[in-house]
Design a protein around this ligand. Structure first.
Ligand SMILES: NC(=O)c1ccc[n+]([C@@H]2O[C@H](COP(=O)([O-])OP(=O)(O)OC[C@H]3O[C@@H](n4cnc5c(N)ncnc54)[C@H](OP(=O)(O)O)[C@@H]3O)[C@@H](O)[C@H]2O)c1
Length: 235
């Protein structure tokens, strides 16, 4: 299979890329930073790109995608959390920077895939339970993942030849959780303590474990309606 994954320098994207490469697939990975471990694989192809720089995406991606030709799977995984704080303390600029990576870069990438590939069979956007939980403090991140779910549903209506889904991967012991773990306890944001306790317990799945779970849900997603929002904890 030919698989494109965004955000492969670390975390879930790194785990997913390693998983698919070990299974003998060809992986095209995009992130700003390299991932030396993946570069040992002959079937790994890397593109260094800032998904917050839309002009650079439009300049670089057409040639890259033309060479790729066709994709069995694209995993839109790159994402940022932003700061955990109240909505009223969050500026529009901060919200925009999270929306740019978590939502709009995916719109640009999807449009460029249809313009420059022969076909793409399945597109999976990595979402989050935060899209629906509405926990205090998760401001821009929650809005972005809710918008991402709707973006995917809308594209599913336009491109019936591709199977779309947005999938919440569950908790992952990654740099994103390291940031949450580093925050001081704050009674306004009870979800932080829950996540910190989970990490402390040692039960939070590693990136490699979360990647295996997500990869099996990517297959199961085919039995769900295209455009659905799914959660690995319910699949
Ligand atoms: N961790 C969790 O518990 C959890 C729970 C639910 C959902 N998720 C979702 O799972 C996905 C992966 O999260 P993670 O925990 O693995 O995060 P992570 O460890 O912080 O990794 C994020 C990845 O996204 C890439 N990225 C960020 N900004 C980028 C940019 N401007 N251009 C290109 N790539 C960029 C990073 O690469 P560079 O910095 O090298 O560019 C990195 O490879 C995200 O969509 C996240 O929202 C995570």
């Amino acid at each position: 299979m030919q698989i494109l994954i965004t955000g492969i320098s670390r975390g879930l994207g790194s785990g997913l890329a390693a998983y698919y490469l070990d299974k003998g697939h060809t992986v095209y990975g995009i992130s700003r930073n390299r991932n030396p471990e993946l570069e040992n694989h002959r079937s790994f192809n890397y593109l260094s790109l800032d998904l917050g720089n839309f002009k650079a995406m439009e300049r670089v991606l057409p040639e890259f995608l033309n060479k790729v030709g066709k994709l069995n799977l694209a995993v839109l995984n790159a994402g940022i959390l932003g700061e955990i704080k109240d909505m009223r303390d969050t500026s529009l600029e901060e919200i925009t920077s999270v929306m740019d990576i978590n939502v709009w870069s995916n719109k640009i990438l999807i449009d460029l895939m249809y313009a420059n590939l022969k076909y793409v069979s399945q597109i999976v956007a990595v979402s989050s339970g935060a899209a629906v939980f509405g926990n205090r403090g998760w401001n821009a991140y929650s809005i972005s993942k809710a918008a991402l779910n709707m973006l995917i549903k809308l594209y599913a209506r336009e491109h019936e030849e591709t199977h779309f889904s947005s999938i919440a991967p569950g908790l992952i012991d990654s740099a994103m959780q390291d940031y949450i773990f580093s925050l001081a306890d704050d009674p306004r944001f009870p979800s932080l303590k829950r996540l910190q306790d989970e990490k402390r317990s040692g039960k939070m799945p590693s990136s490699a474990e979360a990647a295996r779970t997500l990869a099996s849900c990517v297959i199961k997603a085919h039995s769900e309606e295209s455009g659905s929002f799914l959660d690995v904890r319910e699949m």
